[in-house]
Ligand binder design. Sequence first.
Ligand code: SF4
Length: 484
Amino acid sequence: MRHETPFDDDKLHEECGVFGVFGHPDAAALTALGLHALQHRGQEAAGIVSQDGKQFMSERRLGLVGDNFSREDVIRRLAGERAIGHTRYSTTGDTILRNVQPLFADLAEGGFAVAHNGNLTNAQALRHELVKRGSIFQSTSDTETIVHLIATSGFGRLTDRMIHALKQVEGAYSLVALTPDAMIGVRDPLGVRPLSLGKLENAWILASETCALDIIGADFVRDLDPGEMVVIRETGVETLRPFPAQSHRFCIFEYVYFARPDSYMEGSSVYEARKRIGMELARESHADADIVIPVPDSGTPAAIGYASEAGIPFELGIIRNHYVGRTFIEPTDNIRHLGVKLKHNANRALLEGKRVILVDDSIVRGTTSVKIVNMVREAGATEVHMRIASPPTTHSCFYGVDTPERSKLLASRMSVADMAKHIGVDSLAFISIDGLYRAMREPGRNSQQPQYCDACFTGDYPTTLTDHEDEATGNQLSLLTESV
Ligand code: SF4
């Protein structure tokens, strides 16, 4: 069952973050810091598995990284110079301790731990086959399918068995794994999810985002290529490219919302990309107004870009309370409606009598937008023009981002004009899909061979969706209907 709070009910939930250290005496402590920097990618649970050359040690906890891995006794139990970690928002499998990663299994060659960012689209079908052949699953996580495929593969070395397993899965994965003698990092052939390689003194680091390298003072070496596997041993780093080459489809929504703005992804600063999206949005959908304000924090860089391009002052018209987290009291129904006010408050002194351009990154269900717009109007704004730094979110993500089912996405049910009425704004505009690509320094979207995954805006899924055929059929049909 998915857990919702009133604070994040209209945001797409981030997926997961992975991190790994090979060859440092403080491997577990560094991993805890790396996971802390990746906390925005998943707040439900976290885990670390370490290895000291002889044995594996594992700590997996529900809750935030800082609440669980800042204690000395916990870190001391995670001995060794190698460690991998995972911070999780459950996209597949319930949030129960046995689903918390890294998953660990004893294979014929010894221990194997794995942490996964992404989501497989044929895990259920594969699981069904594996169970029929006698596999006994311990969790409901799609990642365990990979572990069983490795365990039952007839191929020789562990890396070969891992490759054989990964050739059977579909969907998105960036994996960090620990074996008795190596740390392995691998990205799926489309490169949907990020994974970077870093160096700290003589240690090698793997991280979902470069902000996690920064927190431990590691140097960024490079992003792993889509379809690349790196095997890090004491003898050095071996690079394998075991999958047939495919065109790359990195998740464009990492730039819009998921990644931290201080990260670099695929060579681009996320912050700069968001500013360019805001500038493009201003060029596409100008409105006469007195101030540009963001829905903080995720709308802020795009609002800065919008304001600079439009020549309208940028102001902080909504103040965010940073101390409201998911660990806040479980709300009762009678205070649930206060949710948005717990997190945001309008800056009345600024908004009174003003025509406002309100910039946000996306509209999912629309519930938060309704409340925010109402709050801005109550604070005295005379006009509210909403500008969204992504195209309408019309389709669900099956690659590791927790989107609601399609029928709950506002843009799948309403036209832009109807959404404007529903949200209560004077005007509403989204960046176009080509505008988003231009902000990514592409000439536009290549419809024959899109340069990114943009399926949540277009319904053009880059893989088969074996486990989601009904939804996929519905999505494609509706895409046809929409484009007619
Ligand atoms: Fe990213 Fe959307 Fe593709 Fe999911 S469907 S991977 S959120 S672009």
